[in-house]
Design a protein around this ligand. Structure first.
Ligand code: APR
Ligand code: PHB
Length: 391
């Protein structure tokens, strides 16, 4: 087999890249080690920055997102028994966020890629990359029928997530990372959202988040210990703790319902430099991880592949390699700003295990500043809806 761009991973990064390239007449094949059913059911992030929702529209993929996604013009921050709203729209000159599940995005893009004839090889085994430094790199894998396959490409896009095989194929990487002394326990519940907007709550018991997927489905998170055993969290205990951390003075309570899905997500910040080795380019979670507090994971993946697709289009149109050479530098400024924002939101809103009362009071003062002064609120809002791209 031969293609122009071999894409490893059918997550948001790989699928969006394949779609952007297809629109500009560039062929790709997507290699995914899981089944279609698995990637379409995996519940993960849910917030798209303003420009991501606009891009999805522009490339003809916005129909279901506009029908089923929820546009939010503000978020709420709860602390010290009260709640304050950050008016994203007013603070950012009209921008908002789109709440649309990552797996809905994946479903829409898988369907569109297959309809357009782009091969997606699901359940590929033993995926490996070869000859990255030469003119024609290759991807090898075993197909779902057990046959050994090789795809020769002009370029390989490593969109295979944090645990993929592409990043380890790059020698001499510089890694910058932080792990946090807590994790998030997330549930998807058959309950109407209890508020129209997301609520980020800083509580003495730990952080909690109220989010949603539809008018019938709530997505909720609790800060827990990093080594927490999910078996210690029967549904009753989860609801009780969510009520404690999210309930306000004045009687507002969270709607409860059947828990459809639950899981624990570790919290990590991670960046690798560089994002390129010869003809292999990393994008999305393969190159960086943010803690979920800033809702940036999927947005950074989209930003990387937009930059990469433009560089590949320039190469195929004119043989120009300058944009390909500039790819890591063009992405890393934005990546580090999103890292800073995610680390800052995480630090401001969570209870740290060894934290004393001094730090707790500093956190409260910071939340008070951010939610009570326009300058603080605007800085949060501009980061949250998505910063402009670097020139
Ligand atoms: N070979 C082929 N595919 C692989 C391999 C491999 N060796 N390893 C992992 N994959 C696949 C995974 O099964 C997954 O479908 O690569 C895909 C990577 O997708 P994501 O982990 O979703 O990463 P990315 O596309 O960068 O998405 C970025 O969106 O999914 C959300 O919040 C999530 O932050 C994440 C963001
Ligand atoms: C979610 O809806 O899953 C979600 C929302 C906001 C976050 C993280 C996750 O910061």
């Amino acid at each position: 087999m031969r293609t122009q761009v071999g894409i490893i991973g059918a997550g948001p990064a790989g699928l969006l890249l394949s779609h952007l390239l297809h629109r500009r007449g560039i062929e790709s094949i997507v290699i995914e080690n899981r089944s279609r059913g698995y990637i379409e059911a995996r519940v993960r992030a849910g917030v798209m920055e303003h420009w991501v929702a606009e891009l999805v529209d522009e490339i003809g993929m916005g129909e279901r997102m506009r029908r089923e996604g929820l546009v939010h013009e503000g978020i709420e921050i709860s602390f010290s028994g009260g709640r304050r709203r950050i008016d994203l729209k007013a603070l950012t000159g009209g921008k908002s966020i789109m709440v649309y599940g990552q797996q809905e995005f994946v479903k829409d893009f898988v369907a569109a890629r297959l309809a357009a004839g782009t091969p997606i090889r699901f359940e590929a085994g033993s995926v490996s990359v070869h000859d990255l430094g030469g003119g024609s790199p290759a991807i090898r894998f075993t197909d779902s029928d057990g046959a050994l396959r090789q795809i020769e490409c002009d370029f390989i896009a490593g969109c295979d997530g944090f645990h993929g095989i592409c990043r380890p194929a790059i020698p001499d990487l510089a890694i910058f990372e932080r792990s946090y002394p807590f994790a998030w326990l997330g549930i998807l519940a058959e309950a109407a959202p209890s508020s129209d907007e997301l609520i980020y709550s800083s509580h003495d018991n730990g952080f909690a988040l109220h989010s949603m997927r539809s008018p019938e489905l709530t997505r909720l998170y609790l800060q827990v210990a990093p080594d927490e055993d999910i078996a210690e969290w029967p549904d009753d205990r989860i609801w009780e703790e969510l009520q404690t951390r999210l309930t306000q003075d004045g009687g507002w309570r969270l709607n409860e319902g059947k828990v459809l899905q639950k899981g624990i997500t570790p919290m990590r910040s991670f960046v690798c430099e560089t994002m390129r080795h010869g003809r292999l380019f990393l994008a999305g979670d393969a190159a960086h991880i943010v803690p979920p507090t800033g809702a940036k994971g999927m947005n950074l993946a989209a930003a990387d592949v937009l930059v990469l697709s433009r560089a590949l289009v320039a190469y195929y149109e004119s043989g120009e390699t300058a944009l390909l050479d500039a790819y890591p530098a063009a992405c890393l400024g934005r990546i580090w700003k999103a890292q800073r924002f995610s680390w800052w939101m995480t630090s401001m809103l969570h209870v740290f295990p060894d934290q004393d009362e001094f730090l707790r009071r500093i956190q409260r003062a910071e939340i008070d500043f951010v939610t009570g002064h326009e300058a603080g609120a605007r800085a949060l809002a501009e980061n949250y809806v998505g910063l402009p791209f670097d020139a």
